[in-house]
Ligand binder design. Structure first.
Ligand SMILES: Cc1cc2nc3c(=O)[nH]c(=O)nc-3n(C[C@H](O)[C@H](O)[C@H](O)COP(=O)(O)OP(=O)(O)OC[C@H]3O[C@@H](n4cnc5c(N)ncnc54)[C@H](O)[C@@H]3O)c2cc1C
Length: 463
């Protein structure tokens, strides 16, 4: 690779891992990962991102936002700029670990290139099929949020194409409000073209991982909070269907990069991958099947603490082994509800009881410890514990459930994550994000006509 931040004459060309989408020139149904809602839109893809970003109503990466954040407004009349072909490495300095790349570079491609070279992204999401642009727009957080903070903490500079077509290089000194506003701004302030990211050094491409089972929420949550001081990565899976004393029982998973001495010979191999070939019929995933699955998953873990060395793919992205896993939710799809509220067992017990009373069910239910808030006015994390639940959609009952959970979250001073949301009302949203007016002022300055918008921004912000 070239020297310090040099721009190579012929940049390294990478091809992002396919998302399963196909390019299209005429309107076609588009959805987020949860397959709800579905809107018609035109996605234009090009290796030359500035060309497709010109006049675009929104940017889109690999479509891993669950709800409507990466969907154009219905009848937008303008195309969406698909970034995933614009995925070149522009410069890398091996001394400092600073990488500059186009916004369509996927985390999967970055990992494939840099893990063997002793570097990693400082923040990893639960799937590697996300782009750098999408990671900026959602200011993503990982299992190490308590030590590393949000993705934005590690980004040194951005190149952004504004709604009026101007291209700006922004960083903490140059247009800092715009720079910080892009993190968590869901692409509404401009199209991110390039990202300059500080990678971290890793001692080996292997993870030392430990896991332990806890029989109740009152044991699991304090254990998560305690382990965070010992481990850079910590996350818990939780059985949200159990009741009474067993409510919130679950499995805590911790990890750190293995030292060179601990690491096995050679590089980790990717495990077997398979796909869900068709959409399951409606109703296969329901409260009853999920209760059984939760129970089996909990009991599958032995009673004693387990320790092993694993590859980072199986540690960070267990779901990536199953292509199109959203299809198990059937034609109505699902929504992921993710909130952050105080990390107190009594608060979470009340939340889970409310979830159960509202008819909610989920299998992929994940607890994370959140550290400091991000710098973006709409960054999601704030101190507390975050819980994510994958909820099968059941029409108006799902909206009512989200409303009821949001009432509780607002009362606790918490908020929901826009990258997952499809149902929150503007009233709840305004009460969750206390820095919203700052964001609106930024939008007024950089895109006063709101030329960039999404189904989500129309729902939550009006115009
Ligand atoms: C299985 C799974 C696990 C996940 N785990 C986590 C997790 O652990 N932590 C976490 O924080 N998130 C997580 N997510 C959410 C995911 O990280 C975010 O939704 C991320 O934004 C998706 O990136 P993407 O490239 O697919 O973007 P898309 O879904 O295509 O777009 C998401 C948002 O980014 C905007 N955007 C995309 N590209 C650009 C660009 N170039 N310029 C400006 N705006 C842009 C879009 O307009 C949209 O608002 C997970 C998602 C899935 C499906």
């Amino acid at each position: 690779m070239k020297g310090p931040m040099a721009r190579p004459d012929s940049p390294v060309k990478l091809r992002s891992v396919p998302s399963g989408d196909t390019p299209a020139a005429s309107p076609r149904p588009m959805a987020g990962w949860g397959q709800h809602p579905v809107v018609d839109g035109v996605e234009r893809l090009s290796e030359k991102l500035p060309e497709v970003a010109r006049g675009a109503v929104l940017s889109r990466g690999l479509g891993r936002a669950y709800g409507d954040a990466a969907l154009p407004p219905q009848n937008a009349g303008a195309h969406v700029a698909g970034s995933r072909l614009a995925d070149r490495l522009l410069a890398f300095d091996e001394r400092t670990g600073v990488l500059r790349a186009e916004a369509g570079l996927s985390l999967a491609a970055l990992n494939r290139l840099f893990w063997p070279r002793g570097f990693s992204s400082p923040v990893s999401t639960g799937t590697a099929f996300v782009t750098l642009g999408g990671m900026v727009a959602s200011d993503v957080h990982g299992r190490n949020h308590h030590v590393a903070g949000c993705f934005g903490e590690h980004v040194r500079a951005l190149r952004v194409q504004l709604a009026d077509g101007r291209i700006l290089d922004v960083d903490p000194e140059n247009e800092p409000e715009l720079f910080h506003g892009c993190f968590g701004g869901m692409g509404l302030l401009g199209h991110v073209l390039e990202v300059e990211l500080q990678l971290v050094r890793i001692p080996s491409p292997w993870i030392w991982s430990e896991s332990e089972r806890y029989g109740s929420l009152e044991e699991l949550l304090p254990a998560l909070l305690e382990e965070r001081s010992r481990w850079p990565y910590a996350v818990a899976w939780l059985d949200c269907q159990s009741r009474g004393a067993a409510l919130g029982r679950g499995i805590l998973m911790m990890g750190r990069w293995a030292s060179a001495a601990e690491a096995p010979e050679g590089a980790p191999k990717s495990g077997p991958r398979f796909g869900i070939p068709f959409r399951f019929p409606r109703g296969v995933v329901n409260r009853h099947t999920l209760r059984i699955l939760n129970r089996l998953w909990y009991l599958r873990h032995p009673g004693q603490r387990q320790a092993r060395i694993v590859g980072p793919e199986s540690f960070f992205y267990p779901l990536d082994r199953i292509a199109n896993w959203h299809r198990v939710f059937g034609p109505r799809g699902f929504t992921q509800y993710q909130c952050v509220i105080p990390a107190e067992p009594a608060v979470y017990r009340e939340f889970l009881e409310r979830f159960q009373r509202g008819g909610g069910s989920s299998f992929v239910t994940v607890f994370k410890d959140c550290g400091a808030a991000g710098k973006g006015p709409l960054s999601f994390p704030q101190p507390g514990a975050s819980l994510a639940l994958d909820i099968p959609i059941r029409g108006d009952r799902t909206r009512a459930l989200v409303d009821s959970l949001n009432d509780f979250v607002v009362a606790q001073g918490g908020r929901i994550y826009l990258a997952k949301d499809a149902f929150t009302s503007p009233e709840h949203f305004r009460r969750m994000y206390s820095r919203l007016s700052e964001f609106e002022a930024l939008r007024e300055r950089w895109d006063p006509e709101c030329r960039i918008s999404s189904t989500q921004s129309r729902r939550l912000l009006g115009r």
